[in-house]
Design a protein around this ligand. Structure first.
Ligand code: NDP
Length: 285
């Protein structure tokens, strides 16, 4: 067979997208596996998603990640949508299956995998989620799918919080409970898994306003902040000897799932992990 100069394409559509680090881990993984695939970070402005999706079909992209502000709108341009992505109303990964363009959401699955890899019990347990946006929704739907019994959603905007609780109660087998976030909020004593699903701690060292004395032995504490191994929130948990999971692990795991959907092969997770550790100058626990 002659030499092929052709590449396979994948990447991310979003706006803003210039600070999206996914290329670092996906490209490292493709290169390590010797797959001739390029991951492109592409700015697609609001109103241009339909054209961009037609373009990726026309150019025979292997797949694409979708990020803000397109995660909801992209559902219109796909042939099939996974059950959990439909429940969330959001897709972050698009891939081909039997000639059909399929939408999946790997955010919550990446979160879940971090916990499952460490054998954290989920079935019949109680989770408390701070925040009710896209990350909270993805995590809630996957935790419910894994058999969690109760999900308490603590959020400032009542409507956002109640919308997520309605999704939990109406579309999953779990029980959703809303708590209005005003001032320093208490964490229920019988919480098994506590998740910060707000962006607090991303750009500075701020911590979610909760009563940290409520953190009790046995609680598992998780953060979605994707650019740090240790946020102030997680340090509070670590100082109390609790098991923690950070947003970098979640990001790497969701990227590994996307890699597997695109290539059909097991992701070289340690390569992806090392690439992100180098990128952020951190050592993951
Ligand atoms: P959204 O904008 O959809 O939702 C943000 C949520 O956080 C809202 O419920 C909002 O409350 C709440 N919130 C924001 N600021 C505050 C505050 N100061 N105090 C209390 N609540 C606050 O964002 P996403 O869900 O998409 O993203 C949230 C975070 O998750 C981001 O940092 C993002 O980077 C991260 N993320 C990480 C992933 C990973 O793989 N690690 C994957 C996806 C996201 P309200 O409703 O009251 O406005």
């Amino acid at each position: 067979m002659g030499k092929s100069y052709q590449k396979q394409w994948t990447g991310v559509f979003g706006d803003p997208v210039d600070d999206n680090p996914t290329v670092v881990m996906e490209q490292a993984a493709f290169d390590a596996a010797g797959i001739p695939m390029e991951y492109l970070t592409i700015q697609v402005k609001k109103g241009q998603l339909e054209a961009a999706m037609q373009g990726m079909r026309a150019m025979n992209f292997t797949g694409i990640n979708i990020t803000m502000p397109h995660k909801g709108e992209v559902l219109k341009y796909l042939d099939e949508i996974s059950e959990s992505a439909r429940t969330m109303g959001a897709v972050n990964t698009v891939y081909w299956k039997n000639g059909k363009l399929v939408g999946e959401n790997t955010d919550g699955k990446g979160f879940l995998k971090s916990l499952q890899d460490e054998k954290v019990p989920i079935e019949g347990k109680k989770a408390v989620i701070l925040g009710a946006g896209g990350a909270a929704r993805a995590i809630a739907v996957e935790l419910a799918g894994a058999g969690i019994q109760t999900i308490v959603v603590i959020n400032g905007n009542e409507q956002h919080g109640k919308t997520l609780v309605d999704i939990i109660n109406e579309k999953t087998g779990a029980e959703g409970v809303f708590v209005h976030w005003k001032g320093e909020v208490h964490i229920p004593e019988d919480t098994d898994i506590l998740v910060n699903a707000t962006p607090i701690g991303f750009v500075d060292d701020k911590k979610p306003a909760i009563v940290y004395e409520d953190l009790k032995e046995g609680m598992v504490v998780c953060d979605v902040i994707p650019n740090k191994a240790w946020t102030g929130f997680l340090l509070e948990a670590r100082d109390r000897g609790l098991k923690t999971f950070n947003g970098l692990q979640m990001l790497i795991n969701q990227g590994a799932i996307a890699y597997e959907l695109w290539t059909g092969e097991k992701a070289p997770v340690s390569v992806m992990r090392e690439a992100m550790e180098r990128e952020y100058g951190v050592k993951l626990p």
